[in-house]
Design a protein around this ligand. Structure first.
Ligand code: KIV
Ligand code: ZN
Length: 388
C-alpha cells in the first residue's frame, strides 16, 4: 500500500511557550527553532507576533533563519493581528499566516457574543485579508471539538472558498474521544466541498490524556497535518506530543503513513526544550522519559536480557537514547544482577551469585537503587575477574 506523508506542524514555540514559566527570550527561541528545522518538521509556528514586541522580533528572526521549514505566525481574525504577522513573516522563504475564530456555541455566544453567521463572515474576511499578504493561509476553528459538525462544515467550506490552504480542526479543550474526533474529520471529508484540495490539520489538547490518540484517529480519517509540541508541552495539560505521534506512525507499519522527522534527534531536542523552557519531563513519559527504556522488575529484566523485543517495541537508538537500562532495585532478580556484574567484568559461580544476591537485596531495600559502586563493594570478596 502506498504510504501518505503526514506533515508535522510544531507549535512548541507558540502553544508550548504560552505555559506560565516557559517564556523564552528571542535567542533561545531561535536556538530551538534551528533544532526543529534540523529535526525535519514541515512547519514551525514561531509565535503570536501581535502579542508583544519581543514575540514579533522572535518570529521575524526565526523567519530570517529557517532553511527548510515553513514559518507560521498566529493571529486572531483581526486585521491588525494579520498585518503584524505578515510584517514579521516577510523574511520567510515559506511564510504562513494562521488565523481563525471560535466556532462552538460556547465560544460564539459567550466569548465572541456574535451570531453564527457573523462568525462565518469574520472567518472568511480574515482569510481573504491574510491572502493579500501570503499565499499559504491556515484557518483554525477554535473549539471545533465541541462544535456541532453541520455548522463546522459550513464554516470550513466558506473559508476554503475564501482561499484557506489548510483547515485546522482543534480539539481546544481536549474533550473529544478518539472515535468522535475521527468521525468529525470523516464528516468534514464527506460533506465539505473543496476539502480534498487543502490540508486538514489536527490540533489536540491533552486535558483527558487523549491528545495523541485523537491525533492518530484524525490521521486515520483524513488528517494530513498534525500540530504538536516537543514533550507535549502546552496550555493546561499540554498539546499532542510530537515524539509520540511520530513514533506511532513509524512503529505501526500497518498504518500507511510516514513523516520526514529524523527520530534520532528526539532525545537531544527533548532535553533542550525541557532545560530551556524550565519544564521537567516526567520520568515515565513515552519515548523521551528517563525511564522509557529502563527495566526494573525481575520478570521483565529476565525477558529483556534473553531477547530485547520481549519488553521493548522501540530500539533506544532510533530515538537517540543511550540504550536499554537494567536498573537494580529490590524487585530485580538473579538474571539482572548477573547481567550487571558481567558488564563490570565480574563473573561469579552460581553459589556465589546466590550469596551476593541475598546481600544485594538488603542493600536494595535500604537504598532503593543499587549503583555500580555498591555492586563493586558487594562482590569485593568474591570477584574472580579484575574490577578496574
Ligand atoms: O487550541 C487551540 O484551539 C489553538 C488555536 C489558536 C489553534 O491553539
Ligand atoms: Zn492549542
Amino acid at each position: 500500500m502506498e504510504e501518505k506523508k503526514i506533515k508535522i506542524f510544531d507549535t512548541t514555540l507558540r502553544d508550548g511557550e504560552q505555559v506560565p514559566g516557559c517564556q523564552l527570550h528571542g535567542r533561545e527561541k531561535l536556538i530551538i527553532a534551528k533544532a526543529l528545522d534540523q529535526l525535519g518538521v514541515d512547519i514551525i509556528e514561531a509565535g503570536f507576533p501581535v502579542s508583544s514586541p519581543a514575540d514579533f522580533e522572535a518570529v521575524k528572526t526565526i523567519a530570517e533563519n529557517m532553511q527548510n521549514a515553513a514559518v507560521c505566525g498566529l493571529t486572531r481574525a483581526v486585521k491588525k493581528d494579520i498585518e503584524v504577522a505578515a510584517e514579521a513573516l516577510k523574511p520567510a522563504k515559506r511564510p504562513r499566516i494562521h488565523t481563525g475564530i471560535g466556532t462552538s456555541d460556547l465560544h460564539v455566544f459567550t466569548k465572541l457574543r456574535m451570531t453564527k453567521e457573523e462568525v462565518i463572515e469574520r472567518g472568511v474576511e480574515a482569510v481573504k485579508y491574510a491572502k493579500k499578504f501570503v499565499e499559504d493561509v491556515e484557518f483554525y476553528a477554535e473549539d471545533a471539538g465541541r462544535t456541532e459538525n453541520e455548522y463546522l462544515a459550513r464554516v470550513i467550506e466558506a473559508v476554503i472558498k475564501a482561499g484557506a490552504t489548510v483547515v485546522n480542526i482543534p480539539d481546544t479543550t481536549g474533550y473529544c474521544l478518539p472515535e468522535e474526533y475521527g468521525a468529525k474529520i470523516r464528516y468534514l471529508k464527506e460533506n465539505v466541498k473543496g476539502i480534498d484540495k487543502v490540508d486538514i490539520s489536527a490540533h489536540c489538547h491533552n486535558d483527558l490524556g487523549l491528545a495523541t490518540a485523537n491525533s492518530i484517529a484524525g490521521v486515520q480519517n483524513g488528517v494530513t497535518q498534525v500540530e504538536c509540541t516537543i514533550n507535549g508541552i502546552g496550555e493546561r495539560a499540554g498539546n499532542t506530543s510530537m515524539e509520540e505521534v511520530v513514533m506511532i506512525i513509524k512503529k505501526r507499519s500497518d498504518l500507511p503513513f510516514y513523516t520526514d522527522i529524523n527520530t534520532k534527534m528526539f532525545t537531544t531536542i527533548s532535553k533542550m526544550v525541557s532545560e530551556r523552557m524550565n519544564m521537567p519531563v516526567q520520568p515515565n513519559k513515552a519515548i523521551v522519559g528517563r525511564n522509557a527504556f529502563a527495566h526494573s522488575s525481575g520478570i521483565h529484566q529476565d525477558g529483556v536480557i534473553k531477547h530485547r523485543l520481549n519488553y521493548e517495541i522501540i530500539d533506544p537508538a532510533e530515538v537517540g537514547a543511550d540504550g536499554s537500562e537494567i536498573v537494580l532495585t529490590a524487585r530485580s532478580g538473579h538474571a539482572a544482577l548477573r547481567f550487571r556484574l558481567e558488564k563490570l567484568g565480574v563473573v561469579l559461580s552460581k553459589e556465589d551469585l546466590d550469596k551476593v544476591y541475598q546481600e544485594f537485596l538488603v542493600v536494595a531495600d535500604r537504598t532503593g537503587l543499587v549503583e555500580d559502586e555498591d555492586l563493586k563493594k558487594l562482590v569485593a570478596d568474591y570477584a574472580t575477574i579484575n574490577l578496574d
